[in-house]
Design a protein around this ligand. Structure first.
Ligand code: TYM
Length: 329
C-alpha cells in the first residue's frame, strides 16, 4: 500500500479523512503500508517556507492523530527520501506530453492559476506521483475518486517500463471505496469538498472548533423535500449527509433511511453534527499531543524516512541499471 497527502492547508478536511486517511488506518493492519506527506508536490504552487514547514508537521500529527501507528506502517515526509525526485525525472522522460496534458486535475488547477501562474512542476505533478507509487512496488493506492486518473497513468507507465526494459515494477490498482470516494461540499453538493473550491461554510476542516463544524452540518444545503432518502441525482445534499453519517456511524444507508423515516432533514443534520463531534474531539486531542512534542514527531518521521529509503533506494538502483546508467565507482 502506498498513499500520500499534501500539507498545503494545515488542517485536513473531512473529504481527505473519509476518502483516504481512514482507509490508510484500516489498511496498515494487514499490509506493508507506506504513507507520506507530499511536500514536493506542495511546492507546485507557491508556498511560504515557514508555513510549509509548520503544515508538514501539522499534517504528520493529524495522520498520527487519525490512528496511523509508526509500528504498523511507514510514515514519512516525501522530501526526506530523495529517490522520489530521482525516479520522477526518469518517469518524466517516459511520459508523453500528450498523455500528461490529458490529466484533468492539471487542467482544473492550471485554469485557476492562469498561464503565467502555472508552473512546469504543476504539469509534471502526476509524474512525480507515479514515482511515489512505483518506488515502493505498491499493489494498491488508497485514494479518493479525484486521484483515479493519476493511478491509471501510473499503471500505464509501469507497464511501459516493464515492457521496454524488463519486469521491474508492480502494476498498482487504485483502492477507492465507493461510499466515500467523493465527499461533497456542504453548501454546494454538486462539487467535491475541497480547500480550494469550497466556501468556508461548505468545508469541514478537522482542526476547526467542533462547535463551528457542528453549525456547518446544521446549515448544510439540502432540497425542498422533506423525506430522508438516498438519491444522488435528485437529493445530492441529503445523500452526501447520509454517506457521511454512514461512514462515521458504521450503519448502512438502508438502516439510516429506515431510522430517519418520519423525521425531517433537521434530525439527520443534528445527529450528524453530534456524531462528527464525538469523533473529532479525541482526534484533535491526539493530534495536539503529537504537536506538543515536536522532538518525538521528528523522531517518528526520521525512522519512517530510513525505512522508506531502504526500499526506495533498492528500486531506484534497479531502474538506473535497467536504463543503462553507468554505476558510480
Ligand atoms: P490531496 O492532498 O489532494 O488529498 C489527499 C487524499 O484525499 C482525497 N480527497 C477526497 N476524497 C473524497 N472526497 C473528497 N472531497 C476528497 N478530497 C480529497 C484525495 O483523493 C486523496 O486521496 N495527488 C495527491 C497526493 C499524492 C499521492 C501520491 C496520492 C502524491 N503522491 C501517491 C497517492 C499516491 C493529492 O493531491 O491528494
Amino acid at each position: 500500500m502506498l498513499s500520500g497527502i499534501q500539507p498545503t492547508s494545515g488542517s485536513f478536511h473531512l473529504g481527505n479523512y473519509l476518502g483516504a486517511v481512514r482507509q490508510w488506518v484500516d489498511l496498515q493492519e494487514a499490509n506493508d503500508a507506506f504513507y507520506m506527506v507530499v511536500d514536493l508536490h506542495a511546492i507546485t504552487v507557491p508556498q511560504d517556507p515557514a508555513t510549509l514547514r509548520e503544515n508538514t508537521r501539522i499534517s504528520a500529527a493529524q495522520l498520527l492523530g487519525a490512528g496511523l501507528d509508526p509500528e504498523r506502517c511507514t510514515l514519512f515526509v516525501q522530501s526526506h527520501v530523495p529517490e522520489h525526485a530521482q525516479l520522477g525525472w526518469v518517469m518524466n522522460c517516459l511520459t508523453g506530453f500528450g498523455e500528461a496534458s490529458r490529466m484533468t486535475q492539471f487542467k482544473d488547477k492550471s485554469s485557476k492559476q492562469g498561464a503565467e501562474g502555472t508552473t512546469v512542476g504543476l504539469f509534471t505533478y502526476p509524474i512525480l506521483q507515479i514515482a511515489d507509487i512505483l518506488l515502493y512496488q505498491a499493489d494498491a493506492v488508497p485514494v479518493g475518486e479525484d486521484q483515479r486518473q493519476h493511478v491509471e497513468l501510473t499503471r500505464d507507465l509501469a507497464e511501459r517500463f516493464n515492457s521496454r526494459y524488463a519486469p521491474t515494477f508492480t502494476v498498482p490498482k487504485p483502492y477507492i471505496l465507493k461510499e466515500t470516494a467523493k465527499i461533497q461540499d456542504l453548501q454546494d453538493p454538486a462539487i467535491k469538498m475541497s480547500k480550494s473550491a469550497s466556501s468556508p461554510k461548505g468545508l469541514i476542516s478537522l482542526l476547526d472548533e467542533p462547535k463551528a463544524s457542528a453549525k456547518k452540518f446544521k446549515s448544510a444545503v439540502t432540497d425542498t423535500g422533506t423525506v430522508v432518502s438516498y438519491d444522488e441525482q435528485e437529493k445530492a445534499g441529503v445523500s452526501n449527509l447520509l454517506r457521511i453519517h454512514s461512514a462515521l456511524s458504521g450503519q448502512s444507508i438502508e438502516q439510516l433511511v429506515a431510522h430517519f423515516e418520519g423525521k425531517m432533514y433537521g434530525a439527520l443534520k443534528t445527529e450528524l453534527a453530534e456524531l462528527f463531534t464525538e469523533w473529532v474531539e479525541p482526534f484533535q486531542a491526539r493530534t495536539r499531543e503529537f504537536l506538543d512534542d515536536p522532538a518525538e514527531l521528528d523522531r517518528v518521521l526520521g525512522l519512517g524516512a530510513d525505512k522508506a529509503r531502504a526500499v526506495a533506494s533498492e528500486t531506484l538502483a534497479t531502474v538506473y541499471d535497467r536504463i543503462g546508467f553507468l554505476p558510480p565507482k
